[in-house]
Design a protein around this ligand. Structure first.
Ligand code: SAM
Length: 280
């Protein structure tokens, strides 16, 4: 019988189940269980939570989450080759791991989860950014998740936590920081992964706030921010011309100089602008 104590090392799992990494699936595996336990600890106290894990692969982070006491893990994995390895982990933690084979961009996991819910993932970067935007833009706030603990390439992580005045500051920073706290909690060099990717990675921990930091309509804010940063080098009165002929008045009503550039406007400023734009 498989138990926690006789689960094989991840290198043997990969060899025995022939899980050679596939580029097309964005596979860069974490094989050091001390490291995956450390990442799992960044997700907070898991003992009373269901954890949604996207892309468990051979199960390194999955083992970390279970070893850190997750009440239950629901793991969505696209690559069917990983299922036997994950079944061994499920057998070692009876009733605590459910694996769904499919594309996380197409599966709605909500009905299979019981709150409180935390999300943890080491995902291919393109899928990760797409899912992050979806997690940050639900129809209602607070969202179903309490926190997101996600691996990103460092440059994307820096965009999530960026402050005004920096090159990295843009739509992703505003999306993440308007209704959540976002922090980089770990940095990982390429060698931490097998095979190593070309760039360094960071783990970002995002905690949902009970309510938005500043009032604004989500759709208006999103539209204003997208337009402002689409032409980030232009003055706002030019970048936002499409919002109407009185855009200068609205910028002024929001306390923003019409000659200012998007990069220098705070989150609070964008929320004030979204309110000024929405006002009749
Ligand atoms: N979590 C494992 C680890 O840390 O070793 C694997 C990480 S690897 C970077 C990304 C994993 O996500 C792979 O197992 C890959 O098959 C899976 N994956 C890729 N695209 C996916 C998708 N759209 N939905 C679900 N899983 C996906």
């Amino acid at each position: 019988m498989t138990t926690i104590d006789n689960l094989p090392p991840l290198r043997s799992v990969i060899r025995d189940h022939d899980l050679s990494a596939r580029k097309s699936m964005g596979q860069n595996f974490l094989l050091d269980l001390n490291l995956t336990a450390k990442i799992a600890r960044q997700a907070g106290d898991l003992s009373a939570c269901d954890v949604l894990e996207i892309g468990p692969g051979p199960g390194g982070l999955t083992r970390g989450l279970l070893a850190q006491g997750a009440r239950r893990v629901l793991a969505i994995e696209k690559d069917a080759r990983c299922l036997p390895a994950l079944a061994e982990i499920a057998a070692a933690y009876p009733g605590r791991l459910e694996v769904v084979n499919g594309d996380a961009l197409e599966i709605d996991p909500l009905s299979a989860l019981t709150p409180p819910i935390r999300v943890a993932a080491n995902l291919p970067y393109n899928v990760g950014t797409e899912l992050l935007v979806r997690w940050l833009t639900p129809e209602t706030w607070p969202p179903y998740w309490q926190s997101l603990t996600l691996m990103f390439q460092r440059e994307v992580a820096e965009r999530i936590v960026a402050k005004p005045g920096s090159k990295a500051y843009g739509r992703l920073a505003i999306l993440a920081q308007w209704r959540a706290d976002a922090q980089i909690v770990m940095q990982l060099p390429p060698e931490a992964f097998t095979p190593p990717p070309k760039v360094s990675s960071s783990v970002v921990h995002i905690t949902a706030l009970p309510a938005p930091r500043y009032p604004a309509d989500a759709n208006v804010l999103s539209k204003v921010v997208a337009m402002a940063f689409n032409q980030r080098r232009k003055m706002l009165r030019a970048a936002l011309k499409g919002l109407g002929p009185d855009i200068e008045d609205r910028l002024q009503a929001a306390g923003i100089k019409p000659t200012e550039r998007a990069e220098r406007v705070s989150l609070q400023g964008f929320c004030a602008l979204a309110r000024a734009v929405a006002a009749k």
